[in-house]
Design a protein around this ligand. Sequence first.
Ligand code: GAR
Length: 204
Amino acid sequence: MLKTKIAVFVSGGGTNLQALIDARKNGVISSGKITLVISNNPDAYALKRAEKAGIKTMVISKKDCGTQKIFEDNLLMALKNNGIEMIILAGFMCILSENFTSQYPERIINVHPSLIPSFCGKGFYGIKVHEAALAKGVKVTGATVHFVNDIPDGGRIIKQKAVYVEEGDTPEILQKRVMEQAEWQILPEAAEEVAKKIMEGKEI
Ligand code: GAR
């Protein structure tokens, strides 16, 4: 069976991309192959991780594109040109509109660093999510992997994992614990689940 061709969208450090690359190597992901990494940020360290793993990279900057429509059309063209069947948003800090998401229904997944529906939606990304969780005083937080539709963080939930907040946590400490105990585990697992379904659907 042909493996599902995956593109990973990134913006920053790329530790979730690294978890996906490692999961390919250790067999957690066996139904998909990461064939393209796209960053909206030319300085993203995630690009270096992809290069090191021998994965094709592209930079498509929203700023250079000028409008959301041109940005998304360029992304779509790159995906079509590379035969991509599934997209993973791994720390991708741009919101995608229906113009984009409607082209890949239940084929785009995202990792979010909280237990949705807490601390999610517009304005909640990266460290801001953990700042908000600590400001609220929650005792349990975590991560969610969900399908992406036109509502920010609003698509169907695939996996969640809870993580305890500890006395003395700073946003940075909490972010690291949520990544280590939840994101790096559930993102590869969810990616395999979705890639497997796509692969089985196209059996020849
Ligand atoms: C991760 O914590 C990810 O869940 C979050 O940004 C971080 C990226 O880290 N994503 C969002 O907040 C999206 N709404 P990484 O670049 O090291 O994977």
